[in-house]
Design a protein around this ligand. Structure first.
Ligand SMILES: C[S@@+](CC[C@H](N)C(=O)[O-])C[C@H]1O[C@@H](n2cnc3c(N)ncnc32)[C@H](O)[C@@H]1O
Length: 294
């Protein structure tokens, strides 16, 4: 249990750092980090992105658009697991309209603060974010029409619990659509690279394990509806959007990098380009659908 808490603490710190990092940091030791780049290949329409507060787009750390193809209807209740700076909560709130509700859950205070500010600036009144962990959701049993999530469950140290929580909070007949990173046959050194846990790589499970985990939790009609397969440059951008490209930092600048980087060692290891080359074809974003039996 305490190992799980340690992992969540590292992940939370990494994302607090990420949301507080300027998108361009000229003059700092780490190379400038381009936030908001990956979102452009994640499946949002230009109209959707243009209608959102710029901060919600810039601080999107997702790997898909979980609401695309979701058939969410007016009046429904949507819960977003790991809602970050609020991008999908705001889009969901607009889809369900005034008679519906969008609720984001996140464990990181800095993310919750940012999401609240973005919800307010988007002018949506039917959205809120709650502090909590996705392994024990602060949501009543059988109270939700849709569970969505964007690039979060791979970060959980206890995915079986998350799948069980999804099944618990959904109403009978309720549905789930989740965009997440899945992986197959990653090289041993990538799996062991602690920096890559927080950048959604080394905690990722296979599509088959994802589907089985949801079935074991009692969900039905489980299927992968879409895949985004990254090329090498997209993979490198993905890694860098979540952890800075510290490998090229000058050695006298390590203290700056140490505060901005992720779970593990920050000043050695392969570059993001080298990592991307070994990972290509072995890791992708999957949009997974499932339904709670009616
Ligand atoms: C990769 S970011 C994705 C954020 C958002 N879904 C998006 O698309 O921009 C992961 C987010 O999930 C949150 N998170 C990770 N693990 C969590 C857990 N076990 N419980 C609650 N929140 C978690 C982090 O705090 C962070 O905000």
């Amino acid at each position: 249990m305490s190992k799980h808490n340690d992992i969540r603490e590292s992940v939370s710190k990494a994302y607090a750092d990420a949301v507080n990092r300027p998108s361009q940091t000229p003059g700092l030791c780490c190379e400038p980090v381009q936030k908001g780049v990956v979102v452009k290949s994640a499946g949002y329409t230009n109209e959707e992105l243009a209608a959102l507060p710029a901060d919600a787009v810039e601080n999107s750390f997702g790997c898909g658009n979980p609401l695309a193809f979701s058939e969410v209807k007016a009046g429904e209740v949507v819960v977003d697991l790991g809602s970050g700076a609020g991008i999908d909560v705001i889009i969901a709130a607009k889809k369900v309209g005034e008679t519906g509700r969008a609720i984001g859950i996140d464990m990181t205070d800095d993310m919750l603060d940012r999401a609240r500010a973005n919800i307010e600036s988007a002018g949506v009144k039917n959205a809120e974010v709650r502090k909590g962990i996705i392994e024990a959701l602060p949501i009543d049993d059988a109270s939700v029409d849709w569970v969505i999530s964007n690039c979060v469950i791979n970060l959980s140290p206890d995915k079986a619990k998350v799948f069980a929580e999804i099944a618990r909070v959904l109403k009978p007949g309720g549905k789930m659509l989740v965009s997440d990173i899945v992986a197959q046959d990653l090289p041993e050194d990538v799996l062991k690279d602690e920096r890559l846990y927080c950048s959604c790589v080394s905690g990722a499970i296979s599509e088959a394990d994802y589907v089985q985990g949801l079935r074991d939790a009692g969900m039905e009609s489980v299927e992968v509806r879409e895949r985004i397969v990254y090329d090498e440059s997209q993979l490198a951008a993905f890694i860098e959007s979540e952890i800075p490209k510290e490998a090229n930092a000058p050695s006298d600048a390590s203290s700056c990098c140490a505060t901005a980087c992720c779970c593990g060692p920050t000043t050695d290891g392969p570059t993001s380009e080298a990592l991307a080359a070994t990972m290509q074809g072995k890791i992708w974003s999957a949009k997974v659908f499932a339904k709670k039996p009616a």
